[in-house]
Design a protein around this ligand. Sequence first.
Ligand code: GLU
Length: 427
Amino acid sequence: MVTADAVLNTHTNDEHNPWKNAAIRFENAAARLKLDDGMRKILKTPAKELTVAIPVVLDDGRIEVFTGYRVQHSIARGPAKGGIRYAPDVSLDEVRALASWMTWKCAVVNLPYGGGKGGVICDPAILSPTELERITRRYTAEILDIIGPEKDIPAPDMNTNEQTMAWIMDTYSMHKRQTTTGVVTGKPLDLGGSRGRPEATGRGCLYVTRESLKRFDIAPTDAKVVIQGFGNVGGMAARLMSREGIKVIAIIEVDGAVHNENGLDIEALMKHRRETGSILDFPEAQNLTSEEGFRLKCDVLLPAAKENVITSANAASLNCKIICEGANGPTTAPADQILADRGIFVVPDILANAGGVTVSYFEWVQDRQGYFWNEKLVNERLEEIMVNSFYDVLKYAREHTVENRTAAYMLALDRVAFAIKLRGLYA
Ligand code: GLU
């Protein structure tokens, strides 16, 4: 057993390094599976890492050079797949971790993909739409050789959206001299996007939360949920859960939290944020600090924003039965043990938030078929995959007497290792 303390220096901010956290989870699962040394080396080494300079003329005429990354962690089970994020604090280690999580995520839900991720160091809050377009197009041109519908298929992630995907698709298509919709997923509906894609990650969280509640004999209408993050994942999860009668009693954002024990009116809260720019000071709710939000008593805590929000510093003070990880990497490795000791039921990120990439897969299939499904079919197929994968992981956990996260990693590693063995090594 690899302990977090043995790998991380918890006195520095190592606990916040996603690649180190990914390594600890990987080593634990590999040891349990008794994977040989050679296979471990293959599985933990990213297959390809590209760093590019992105020179762009800003609106005021100045030239700025941004840095972009695309990491393909694995292409063993199919083309690399994963989003692109824009943020000031993007780092290569973060993108590496996120790429590896895509490999394991696609394997857990059994999609025919490897894993990849991209990132551009920039602050979208201070960039205009035209600047963002120029950054996106130049970044796409720089990574053009390694992406493609059969190679590596980007998608939205933090601070990127349908419009970003449309620009990438257009830039790629202009270079290839033919419209190639299947090069990205998460596109607008009118450009080969899929129905249900914007809601997919939140919807997947709803399905696994519903199944988790059954284990505690809690009826959805009796359940109380606290959600951190109110963007694409958290906002959609909140909306879909409240429509099912689940009480979303608090939303936590960076600037604070709002709380109403009887359940928040999510649509009204969305309107309030649109009008005021913040969730705070929402009528019929009490303002709290973010830390107080995390300590609220609830059945389900759904972190749906960034990495490293559940750490060794706050894991002991959480007051929930279930954690459903809507974000990638919201829990650090040292926090895992604390949650396990406290008996908190964790639906790990590589399972809980796989709804997004699952509908991305549906989108890619529809693009290749040139035949588009209705939303009912998308949601039914998503539900089937999420629920089956949830029980696959639980069964694995029971059979191997491990926590859900280790079980999900073991299942994923086993599937990817099997593909590598079948393919053999090209020399
Ligand atoms: N960015 C999402 C994730 O982290 C979606 C990736 C995709 O659809 O390829 O899972």
